[in-house]
Structures are given as C-alpha cells and as structure tokens.
Ligand binder design. Structure first.
Ligand code: AMP
Ligand code: MG
Length: 539
C-alpha cells in the first residue's frame, strides 16, 4: 500500500509508443497522422470532492484516506499534475445512429496517464469534463454535476453487479457554472460543473480503429492494433512465434466479439439500456463505457429507450441492443479488414458473436428462473411466454424476478389465479384485471411444473433456486429517479444521497433490509419528470 498520490507510479505506454500529434496548441482541429494529442486539463476555480470509490482507490494501491487529502480534489479536478502524468486526448471516429460521423475524439476526456500498480496491473486515469481538447468540435469540453453523478454511481453499480465496465475513482465539483440546454428547447440553464475520474485498463473504442481505416492511415491502424494487442490482449501473444500476424488479428477480433456478446447478455440480464450505442461508445475490451442518457428498465418493455434524442428511431432501445452490438462489430470488422484481407474469417467471428450471445442469454435466463440448465426444447417457449406476459402489463422487471424467487406451493392446483399473482403483485404498476391475472397465473403454473421436473432430475429445492436466482437478479439497481434525487441533493451541497446510493449499490444482490425503501417501483411523480424517465444527451 502507498499512502499519498505522489507515490503513484506512471508508465505511459500509449504516449511513449504511439505517434503523437506534433501540434501542442489546444485548438479545435482535424488531427491526422497521430493517435493522440497532448493537452492539459483546464484550471478550475474551486475543486471539491463530492464522492470517491474506495474500491477503485485500492486498484491503485491507495487507501480510502487519500480522498481526505487536500491535494486530491486539486489533482482530480484538473488543477495539478502529479509527477509522471502526461495528459493527452485520443483521436477517434465513429458511426453515430448508423451514419459515419468522421472525427470525434476525446472532446471532453483527458487521459492523465497509466498507473502501474504494485501487482503490475495498468490502470489509465481519465478526467471527464476537464475542459476543451483539439477534439471538442463546437462543444465546451465540460460536464455538469447531473451527468457526473450518474456516471460515477452507475460505473460502480455496474461493477458490483458483475457487469464489465470502466470504473470511477472520484467525483469533484469545479466551482464553475456550465451552460446546458437540457431539453433542447432554447432555454439553457447554468448547472454546477463537475469532473469524474474514470479508471480502466484502456479507454480504446471501436472508433479509434475506424478513424484510421476511414482515412486510409493503415500504418497507424496497424500500430494501434499491435499496441492494443500487446497491452490489452497480452494473452494472444505467443512468445514462441514471430510476433503479431493475421492469425493474431483474427483471434483478437474473435475475442472482441466474444466479450461484446458477454457484455450484451449482462445488460439484458440486469435491464440496463445504454442509450447511445454509437461505435465510439463501444469499448475494445467489452466494457460498458460512456454513461450518458442510460436508463434501467422499470416496467419491462423491449421498446423502451431512455434517450430523448433516440425517441423517434428507437435505434438503441433495450430489445435491440444485442443486434446493434453486432452491427457495431461489423463496422469494426470493416475497419480491421486492411490488416486481415479476408472476409470469411471475419464473418465467422461475427457468427461466433451470435452463438456466444445466445449461449450467455440462455444460461442467464436459466439462472434468472432458477433452473439448473436451459433446456431449449421446453425453456424457449417458457421464456418467450414469460417475456410476453411481462409486456402485457406494466410490470417492474427488477421486482418481478426477485419476487419470483419466493417459495411456490407443492401442488400447482393449490392456488387460485389471484394467489399466484400475489407472489409477484408488488411488481405491477397498476392492478391487473382478471384476464391479466389469468395470463400470469397460467405462466406461473407452467413455471412451477418445470421447476418440479428440475427438482426431481437435479435434486434442487426452493431454497437452492432462490439462491441461484438472487445471485443474478439484482435487488437494487440505479433507477433514474433515485439517481435524480441524489443529484438534486448534491446540487444543494448535500452529498449524503450519493454516498447512500453508492453504499447500497455495493451489494446489489444482498437483501439489505435497512434499505428496503430502495426496493420499490418508480413512484408516479417520477414517471414524466425530467431526469427520472427520459434523458437527453446534453450533459
Ligand atoms: P457521446 O456520444 O455523448 O459519448 O459523445 C460523442 C462525441 O462528442 C465524443 O467525441 C465526445 O467527446 C464529444 N462530446 C460530448 N460532449 C462534449 C462536450 N461537452 N464537449 C466536448 N465534446 C463533447
Ligand atoms: Mg462517447
């Protein structure tokens, strides 16, 4: 363990090994021939720590007490650089809402450097909202408290849910005001500025490769690919062989397809909707990255999107996420083609994505229902029917699966429709009528029959089933209205709700009876309130 920030050791591989933009002035521009541009964070008036994640500090070998050190807010508010930091912003492009958008880049993110911890792991530190960079285009490079609280809490919530994600070390307010037109209605408001320090093995996106391919900068494409394989995918390097070749690139792309499939299955399992699955928001490591207008399903609805900007096309709605990820992987395949020069093995990798996603989704569904395994012959229909029942009324996904883990009657004829529905009644947003009760009760009877068979075949019982289910069906998720309540308080200078949510979300699968109030449907007042159901990209 080290005790102060000055003891952090930086080993900035990206800066050292990859081509830098020779221009070091900070003005908006197209950057060619470089992977990144050097740029310093903008100084801020009065950086104050709102919250820190001790688990992330521990990744850097830092104790929790580091958050109390005066230096902390200065460094992670962007006012002070530590020895060894080499701030830079990366160049990337991307497909936004299905269209090639050209150069995007880290418009409001600045990598401070790569910490090499005592275990030999590398962690890149990145400030989000620390001022303009050459990639800021027409925007200001800043972030507001609202979106920063959401990013900070959700990053950590996802980690504790077991969903691959970038992490968040800290949340700092800057003491500055930032102008945002939250509703795109021509009425911008001043909001408190904030900066999150994100932490990940790397922040490389599909778009980092796409930009070089699109520009025909194949040498840069190869340099970045080789670097990424060496640093983020070292297990692909066979030390006996000559180095990185076509086979390595193919294995690499297969790896990306596999981890992306696993990520999609996780999102679907917990009811997370990213909201902006553009290729510049897809991590090469299969991490959840760029928390913007994301949301959590409340009433189960595959057509739901939290993003007002996407309300028309609903390209990034819950139910299409696995398909969109495949489309994004196909764009990455196109970008990597010049390194591979063969279509068939890339197509095969995309096919492998499909297979892996299906495998994970089936395994997850079996676990969500508490079955020993997914038996396609009967469980395909069982789950399709369930998803239909869940859609037929407004039924809270999180509450439904937790309640479904309750003990069931030994004899399925013992319960009336009403009694079956009682098991999951808390999940309904409005009282079901008799028809709706019958539909749910019939599904529950089929479910109970399937369980009986599983118990006989595999020696399971209700208690084991509950354990299996509660290990994959979270009790506590970061519902939008909960995040919004924490934001409203933090805006008044009261950080206690951010702390409380961080604490609850550390153990999302545990019962935590003292926090039972957070295991509740979205209240009616939050249904149409800004920030509590729909969100805009403006953050
Ligand atoms: P997003 O899809 O929101 O992750 O962002 C798309 C692109 O816009 C990325 O290149 C971001 O860096 C950039 N961007 C978003 N917000 C800002 C901002 N306030 N200032 C500068 N660039 C931004
Ligand atoms: Mg982004």
């Amino acid at each position: 363990m080290i005790t102060t920030l000055n003891q952090l050791r930086f080993d900035n591989r990206m800066v050292r090994e990859l081509p830098a933009d020779p221009e070091t002035e900070n003005y908006r521009r197209q950057v060619s021939g470089a992977v990144y541009s050097r740029v310093n964070p903008t100084l801020v008036k009065n950086p104050q720590l709102v919250a820190g994640a001790k688990e992330v500090a521990a990744l850097l070998n830092l104790p929790e007490s580091v958050f109390a050190q005066a230096e902390f807010a200065q460094v992670f508010g962007g006012n002070q650089l530590l020895d060894g930091m080499e701030p830079h912003a990366c160049c990337y492009g991307g497909h936004q809402f299905g269209n090639w958008a050209g150069q995007l880049g880290d418009g409001r993110a600045i990598n401070l450097g790569e910490v090499r911890n005592q275990q030999g792991d590398y962690w890149t530190l990145q400030l989000k909202g620390a001022g303009p960079t050459p990639y800021s285009r027409t925007a200001d490079g800043l972030a507001v408290l609202r979106s920063s609280v959401r990013e900070f809490l959700c990053s950590e919530a996802m980690f504790h849910l077991g969903v691959p994600t970038t992490r968040a070390l800290s949340l700092v307010t800057t003491g500055e005001w930032v102008r945002r037109d939250m509703f795109y209605d021509g009425n911008p408001q001043l909001e408190p500025g904030a900066i999150v320090c994100r932490v990940a093995p790397s922040f490389t996106r599909f778009g980092n490769f796409e930009i070089f391919s699109a520009r025909g900068e194949i040498d840069l494409l190869k340099q970045l690919a080789d670097f990424t394989i060496r640093t983020d995918f070292p297990h692909l390097l066979d030390h006996k062989s000559a180095g990185i070749g076509v086979d390595t690139y193919l294995q690499w792309f297969n790896d990306i397809c596999r981890t992306t499939a696993q990520l999609m299955a996780h999102w679907m399992r917990v009811g997370f909707v990213h909201g902006v699955m553009n290729t510049d928001n897809m991590s090469i490591l299969g991490l959840t990255i760029d928390y913007g207008p994301y949301g959590w399903l409340e009433g189960y609805d595959p057509d739901w999107t939290p993003n007002t900007t996407d309300a028309q096309g609903r390209r990034y709605r819950y139910g299409t996420q696995p398909r969109v990820a495949l489309w994004n992987l196909a764009q990455l395949a196109n970008a990597l083609y010049p390194l591979i020069n063969a279509v068939e093995p890339l197509q095969q990798a995309l096919e492998n994505y499909r297979i892996e996603y299906e495998r994970c989704a089936q395994r997850d569904m079996a676990n969500k229902l508490g079955l020993s395994q997914f038996d396609p012959a009967q469980d395909q229909v069982l789950t399709e029917n369930l998803l239909q029942v869940l859609q037929s009324a407004e039924i809270d996904m999180t509450i439904f699966y937790r309640k479904l883990a309750s003990p069931l009657p030994a004899d399925i004829h013992q319960y009336t429709d009403q009694q079956w529905v009682d098991i999951v009644r808390d999940a309904y947003y409005s009282a079901p009528n008799a028809d709706a009760e019958m539909v749910m009760a019939n599904w529950m009877r089929n479910y109970a029959l399937r369980l009986q068979q599983d118990y006989v075949l595999n020696g399971n019982d209700d208690q084991q089933r509950r354990q299996r289910m509660n290990a994959v069906n979270p009790k506590y998720v970061l519902r939008n209205y909960l995040a919004q309540q924490a934001i409203d308080k933090a805006a008044q200078g009261d950080n206690s709700e951010v702390e409380t949510l961080l604490q609850i979300l550390r153990n999302p699968y545990a019962e935590q009876p003292e926090y039972e109030a957070y295991f509740a449907k979205r209240p009616e007042w939050a249904r149409h309130k800004a920030g509590c159901s729909m969100l805009s990209c403006s953050s």
